[in-house]
Design a binder for this molecule. Structure first.
Ligand code: TYM
Length: 333
């Protein structure tokens, strides 16, 4: 292996891939694959923390692989694979579970959000343990950097703590990973309620933009986005909707907030929203076409996933072997 840094990240195959996922994570992956050893997974083990329809999940996993490629990930430059094809994820997750405290998992804000108003009896243990599996994903590959949106920051801190704890108790095995969170686009908000994160499983289709929405749909959804009645394109109190559109526009065009404020000084929301819609449609224009083409090429998708998991498996097996030795397990005869 060369001495390039290692990057790991993943998306859950639930709902659709939104511009939140794209701007917060996948777009950066496309840049990072040029410089680093990257592994990007479709984290199907995470998806079953909530009940899935098996046939739909299977189909969605293939669609997500096609989406990864359509967004610009190149299997010549990075490893793309399904998490369930590398069994070490689940195995390491167990070893880490045994050094994780109930208290630290109870403090995870995403867990608290997802279980608010639910009785303990109805909360799946998988949902509770989810951040440990995520730590295993990362630590298995001796990952240096984890490019994610800001909502994953707390999970990443746990991964760092678990790595440090394991190293302290059993001796050095894991690299302690660093988060890689974009300056702009780390948290894209819902178009229907700009105080809430844009989410791929939102029931309201107007709250998000899918990376394969067509240009008209994108422009229409941006036009309908909830803003305020002030009509100035600036950030500030009560202007979350406009700030969100500025973020989307800036992330798509590479412009800063200051540049956007200058560009739209004295202009109204109609004009601004049209420009945002155009920029998003332009930025995503090839994704839809590539995606449809790739979905017709199942054999190619399978080949990409097989190559990805074969290589990921080798890296994962190396770490897990070390972990088992440190834990005191007897080598396989
Ligand atoms: P997931 O599937 O919810 O989201 C995938 C990625 O998209 C980012 N993201 C956003 N970024 C900006 N604005 C938003 N509205 C937005 N919504 C989502 C997320 O931060 C993430 O980077 N637990 C993870 C998946 C995972 C993972 C891992 C990630 C499993 N194992 C190991 C990194 C490393 C999740 O549910 O992401």
């Amino acid at each position: 292996m060369d001495d390039k840094k290692i990057i790991f990240s993943g998306v859950q195959p639930s709902g659709v891939l939104t511009i939140g996922n794209y701007l917060g994570a996948v777009k950066n992956w496309v840049e990072l694959q040029e410089e680093y050893n990257c592994l990007f997974s479709i984290v199907d083990l995470h998806a079953i923390t909530v009940q899935q329809e098996p046939a739909k999940l299977r189909q969605r996993c293939m669609e997500f692989l096609a989406l990864y490629l359509a967004c610009g990930l190149d299997p010549e430059k990075c490893l793309l694979f399904f998490q369930s094809h590398v069994p070490q994820h689940a195995e390491l997750s167990w070893a880490l579970t045994c050094t994780t405290y109930m208290g630290e998992l109870s403090r995870m804000t995403q867990f608290k959000d997802k279980t608010r108003n639910k009785q303990d009896a109805n909360i799946g243990a998988g949902l509770f343990n989810y951040p440990v599996l995520m730590a295993a994903d990362i630590l298995l590959y001796q990952t240096d950097l984890v490019p994610v949106g800001v909502d994953q920051k707390q999970h990443l801190e746990l991964a760092r703590n678990l790595a440090e704890r394991f190293n302290r108790i059993y001796g050095d095995v894991f690299k302690v990973p660093e988060p890689y969170i974009p300056k702009m686009g780390a948290k894209i908000m819902s178009l229907a309620d700009p105080t809430k994160k844009m989410s791929k499983s939102d029931e309201n289709v107007n709250s998000y933009i899918s990376v394969i929405d067509d240009a008209d749909t994108i422009i229409r959804k941006i036009k309908r986005a909830v803003t305020d009645s002030d009509n100035r394109i600036i950030r500030g109190e009560g202007k979350e909707g406009i700030e969100n559109l500025m973020t989307i526009y800036g992330s798509m065009t590479g412009r800063s907030y200051e540049e956007i404020e200058q560009e739209f000084e004295g202009k109204g929301y109609g004009e601004f929203k049209a420009a945002v819609g155009e920029a998003v449609a332009e930025g995503l224009k090839d994704v839809r076409e590539k995606y449809n083409y790739l979905l017709q090429n199942k054999d190619y998708l399978k080949e990409v996933a097989k190559n990805g998991s074969d290589n990921a498996y080798k890296m994962a097996a190396r770490t897990l072997r070390k972990v088992h030795r440190k834990l005191g397990f007897v080598d396989r005869f």
